[in-house]
Design a protein around this ligand. Structure first.
Ligand SMILES: *[C@@H]1O[C@H](CO)[C@@H](O)[C@H](O)[C@H]1NC(C)=O
Ligand SMILES: *[C@@H]1O[C@H](CO)[C@@H](O)[C@H](O)[C@H]1NC(C)=O
Ligand SMILES: *[C@@H]1O[C@H](CO)[C@@H](O)[C@H](O)[C@H]1NC(C)=O
Ligand SMILES: *[C@@H]1O[C@H](CO)[C@@H](O)[C@H](O)[C@H]1NC(C)=O
Length: 394
């Protein structure tokens, strides 16, 4: 049952992939007669797989030794270096802990392996990159994802899905009209073939989050975020980032050593408002944070929705919210079938900048032993009129 659902998800994914590739091909045909500006617009509106982003086109046999790719340009549209393997659909291998999803091709980044593709981007625009990956050996694996001069070290360590395949995201700001998207396995293991497997890479333009009228927070409804592969039921992980780096979840940052939050979509999850929400999957090990300008001494109301994503995460969920010196615990009894409750925290700002923080108070697991947690959505922050605040305190 689970297996057939998984296969279905992948049929959809592959179908979408094929459509994306033909869209790119059509775009190229059109661009022969179009202006530079037209290509610019084509790029801006593109959200989907990179050319051969699902590795459906593999190397020629003459450029492989077993599964090892032996030439730099052997995988169409990509450039490789180091120990890279190409794994065709249906490939069986005893030491392969993880089966490939049906119909998928994979690239395995072994010791010090790099795969890269040149992107056409628009200067000063923000982009998020989503990629579907799995670790292939037991040890902690990390990928360095970069578009010069920015990079992110993404831990491919904790597995958040029962299939082992997770989607990760990363974001960058384009400094030039083109840039190499580079994915590098920083690990060096005894077994050179140990390293993360990649099965799909996509890109999406991120528009700078704007202020919504009546909400001091940016992207409070989480509608602006990284690309989610259609047909995948596991959303996309938003990894922790250090300050001064761009977030794929516009306006918000994830603070943690190695843990993530999960960005989920309405087609496959219950979402309190709009089409997207955040599932806090790592308990107190990660926090969802936004900083906002405030006036010290003024009272504000932070309101939000807490619920469950209808993904089987049942039990007593608790979201903790922090702002200024205010804290609020919001308990939510989940049947794992979807639903939400509104909550509000009133606080007095103590500084020019207030950090709004959301955390799940405990680690929760679904019956398939994967991490899960409460969903947060529809977050807004408004100043409270002074006389109203006084009345409340009486
Ligand atoms: C293919 O790999 C094997 C095992 O690593 C090696 O012994 C052999 O020389 C390689 N063949 C070629 C043509 O490089
Ligand atoms: C990027 O732009 C160049 C020049 O406009 C074009 O030749 C190339 O095909 C484009 N590459 C992709 C992947 O769209
Ligand atoms: C990640 O890759 C970028 C680009 O190649 C490089 O500049 C950076 O030093 C790397 N970071 C780590 C920690 O390996
Ligand atoms: C708050 O902002 C004001 C005006 O910009 C500035 O003068 C003051 O130093 C700031 N205070 C703090 C604590 O940052």
């Amino acid at each position: 049952m689970a297996r057939s659902a998984r296969s279905m998800a992948f049929f959809v994914l592959v179908a979408v992939a094929v459509r994306a590739i033909s869209a790119v091909t059509d775009g190229k045909k059109n661009s022969e007669t179009s202006s530079h500006e037209f290509q610019f617009l084509t790029i801006l509106s593109r959200a989907g797989l990179l050319p051969n982003g699902d590795f459906a086109q593999g190397p020629d046999r003459s450029e492989m030794n077993g599964t090892v790719v032996t030439a730099r340009h052997a995988i169409p549209r990509w450039e490789i270096s180091g120990f890279v393997e190409y794994i065709a659909p249906g490939h069986r291998e005893e030491d392969m802990i993880l089966p490939l999803p049906p119909g998928a091709s994979a690239v395995r980044l072994g010791n010090d392996a790099t795969i890269r593709q040149q992107l056409n981007v628009s200067r000063h625009m923000f982009y998020s990159v989503s990629f579907m990956a799995a670790r292939s050996c037991a040890q902690a694996e990390k990928l360095n994802v970069s578009v010069d001069p920015e990079f992110g070290l993404l831990p491919i360590q904790t597995v958040y899905t029962s299939t082992g395949w997770d989607t990760y995201s990363w974001a960058f700001k384009a400094r030039h009209g083109t840039g190499w998207l580079t994915i590098h396995n920083t690990g060096v293991e005894e077994d050179p073939a140990c390293g993360p497997l990649l099965i799909a890479v996509a890109i999406k333009t991120l528009y700078a989050p704007h202020h919504t009228k009546g909400n001091m927070l940016r992207n409070g409804d989480f509608e602006q975020g990284p690309y989610i592969f259609p047909g995948t039921r596991w959303g996309v992980l938003v990894p922790p980032i250090t300050e001064d780096v761009h977030s794929p979840l516009s306006g918000w940052t994830v603070m943690s050593d190695t843990k993530v939050v999960k960005y989920v979509d309405a087609p496959h999850h219950a979402v309190p408002r709009g089409a997207r929400a955040v599932e806090l999957v790592a308990g107190r090990e990660s926090a969802l944070v936004q900083e906002v300008r405030t006036v010290p001494g003024r009272t504000y109301r932070l309101s939000f929705a807490v619920g469950d994503a209808a993904n089987g995460c049942s039990g007593s969920l608790v979201v903790e919210a922090y702002a200024g010196r205010g804290t609020l615990r919001v308990p939510y009894e989940s049947l794992g079938t979807g639903g939400s409750t509104p909550a509000a925290l009133e606080f007095t700002a103590v500084a020019n900048e207030t950090r709004v923080v959301f955390q799940s108070s405990s680690h929760l697991m679904k019956s398939d032993a994967t991490l899960c947690g409460p969903v947060v959505d529809d977050v807004s922050l408004v100043p409270v009129r002074v006389h109203a605040a006084r009345r409340l305190r009486l």
